[in-house]
Design a protein around this ligand. Structure first.
Ligand SMILES: NC(=O)c1ccc[n+]([C@@H]2O[C@H](COP(=O)([O-])OP(=O)(O)OC[C@H]3O[C@@H](n4cnc5c(N)ncnc54)[C@H](O)[C@@H]3O)[C@@H](O)[C@H]2O)c1
Length: 247
């Protein structure tokens, strides 16, 4: 489905980003992945290549314009174009608002939201020149629900939806599609560190589907939004949450 497409994916050393990178590569894309976990990122790229795919790893922080710009330049030098950008890197530590330090608030916005300003500023000129492109931003269904104690996180993910909608309007004339996924509770190693079994069960009980959602569930929707199957859509958010939120 993505034969010879060039895809850039942030935060792909593990979890949802890794699943997206593996699925895209299995569909014929050349994937360029960036993660602050340089070793993990390299392991994922090597494993994709061992499976017959094409993957290039870069260690780097999405909070650094220098890292992001060097990564995007490198991908263009190596692959000649950029067809897809998936803004996936993100963090989700819990913190009660009244005991939240200003720095915790800032790190959250910088990692989850301003990072997308950096990647989009680096990638969009190339897509404009090509007169085509697909961007998928990872938000969260918690934006619709609110979540305690995650005000800094939910605010950052609401910003992602605002950015998606506004840029979709601005970039439509260049044939660039910008959409968003709002995942529900996805079973990842990182989630297991902050969510107890009891909390996971409660979230599953709120879903219509009675199973834990996996990174591949999100990756499949990301594939749809990155392929020609979604050519009539831009500025949209799709809930991948097992039927939890229905608006
Ligand atoms: N897992 C869930 O239940 C869930 C639900 C809703 C939304 N999301 C969103 O999906 C995305 C992926 O989540 P996940 O569960 O796979 O997380 P994860 O922690 O498993 O993976 C995130 C990856 O991003 C990388 N990363 C974090 N900060 C970075 C930085 N500053 N620079 C470069 N890389 C960085 C991490 O090293 C990691 O490899 C996030 O944006 C998250 O907010 C996840």
């Amino acid at each position: 489905m993505l034969r010879d497409r060039v895809a850039l994916i942030t935060g792909a050393a593990t979890g949802i980003g890794e699943a997206i990178a593996r699925l895209f590569a299995s569909q014929g894309a050349q994937v360029h992945i960036l993660d602050r976990d340089a070793d993990g990122c390299k392991r994922v790229a090597e494993s994709i290549c061992a499976d017959g795919g094409a993957a290039f790893a870069a260690g780097g922080d999405v909070r650094s314009s220098d890292d992001v710009n060097a990564w995007v330049r490198g991908a263009i030098e190596r692959s000649g174009r950029i067809d897809i950008l998936v803004n996936n890197a993100g963090i989700y530590p819990r913190q009660a608002f009244l005991s939240m330090a200003e720095e915790q608030w800032d790190v959250m916005q910088d990692t989850n939201l301003k990072s997308m300003f950096r990647t989009l500023q680096a990638v969009l000129p190339q897509m404009v020149a090509q007169r085509s492109g697909k961007v998928v931003n990872l938000s969260s269904v918690t934006f619709h629900l609110g979540m305690n104690p995650m005000s800094h996180y939910v605010t950052s993910k609401g910003g992602v939806i605002g950015l998606t909608r506004s840029l979709a309007r601005e970039m439509g004339e260049h044939n660039i599609h910008i959409n968003c996924i709002t995942p529900g509770a996805i079973k990842t190693e990182a989630e297991a560190k902050v969510v107890t079994d009891e909390q996971a069960k409660a979230m599953m009980a709120a879903q219509s589907l009675r199973r834990r959602l996996l990174p591949l569930d999100v990756a499949r929707v990301c594939l749809f939004l990155s392929s020609e199957l979604s050519d009539g859509m831009t500025g949209q958010s799709l809930n991948v949450d097992g039927g939890w939120v229905m608006y």
